[in-house]
Design a protein around this ligand. Structure first.
Ligand code: ARG
Length: 274
């Protein structure tokens, strides 16, 4: 018998890909010789935004800035738990100025914003499970975010941060390899993590929905879940079947253009947790 999966209303932040291009290479998915169709990217992004709104969620829109082609990947701009924002500090100079744009948004909206002293790429490398062990932060390192930022996030947010080492450059952010399906359940591709981190994940999350390399390569782990619905890249049909078998409702969306930047659904969506 599959479990009843209940949705919870969410607040999200997204940024339209008006200035999206692939003009530098900071992950293995990016190739500057591949042309990007900005109009199609905008259409696909808008469809994703509408999908989240139609599911009953609130979506705030961050104004995009010229010269920041990766700003569409709004998940990287901060990590919000219980009304406090642990700000981002990007690893690569090409994205550094995005942090200030996010900061301005949060401060204008009255969120408590804590500026980081350590390199971290927001929800790209941080996930939050409010009902796992009273509230647990999962934190990736190895490619972008520094482990020192995990400790800082724990200090700022007052929740234990569990450090997980990423070992496959194709899955350079935690959110390409692991996702929260609801407040206590994760799904992940074990091969993206070191053997020790796989051991940690098995211990903490014996009920996890396990994914495979094909799921991860189709950006199937880069999903947004509200507890019932799982919005994910339409190429990830295997992953859609897995979450359906676990009692969730897959909601596929087309995001082929943004994949050229090395991201999909989750990368485009930051969750603002009150
Ligand atoms: N081109 C961007 C980068 O490499 C993609 C970011 C994807 N975002 C994410 N949350 N995984 O920084």
């Amino acid at each position: 018998m599959t479990q009843q999966r209940n949705p919870r209303k969410r607040t999200y932040l997204m940024c339209p890909p008006e200035h999206f291009t692939v003009e530098y290479v900071i992950n293995p998915w990016m190739d500057t010789s591949t042309p990007v169709d900005v109009e199609l990217a905008l259409k696909q992004w808008e469809r994703l935004r509408e999908t989240l709104v139609d599911l009953g969620h609130t979506v705030h829109v961050l104004p995009p800035r010229a010269g920041l082609p990766d700003m569409v990947f709004a998940a990287n701009g901060g990590f919000v738990v219980d009304g406090t924002v642990y700000g981002a500090r990007f690893k690569y100079p090409q994205r550094a100025a995005e942090a200030a744009a996010h900061r301005e948004f949060y401060e204008a909206q009255g969120w408590t914003y804590v500026a980081p002293s350590e390199v971290n790429e927001g929800e790209g490398d941080f996930a939050y499970l409010p009902d796992a062990y009273g509230g647990t932060i999962l934190a990736g390192y190895g490619f972008r975010t520094e482990p020192a930022a995990h400790a800082q996030a724990q200090d700022v947010l007052g929740r234990p941060a569990v450090s997980l080492r990423l070992v496959d450059p194709r899955f350079y952010h935690l959110d390409t390899a692991l996702a929260a399906l609801d407040d206590r359940t994760v799904t992940y591709f074990p091969g993206a993590f070191s053997p020790a981190s796989q051991r940690v994940l098995r211990q903490l999350f014996p009920d996890a929905v396990l994914a495979d390399e094909a799921d991860a390569l189709a950006f199937g782990l880069n999903l947004v879940g509200d507890g019932r619905h799982v919005v994910l890249n339409d190429e990830a049909s295997g992953m859609a079947a897995r979450v359906a078998a676990a009692g969730y409702v897959p909601v596929p969306v087309e995001l082929s253009e943004l994949k050229k930047g090395g991201g999909s659904v989750k990368c485009c969506v930051a969750e603002l947790r009150h």
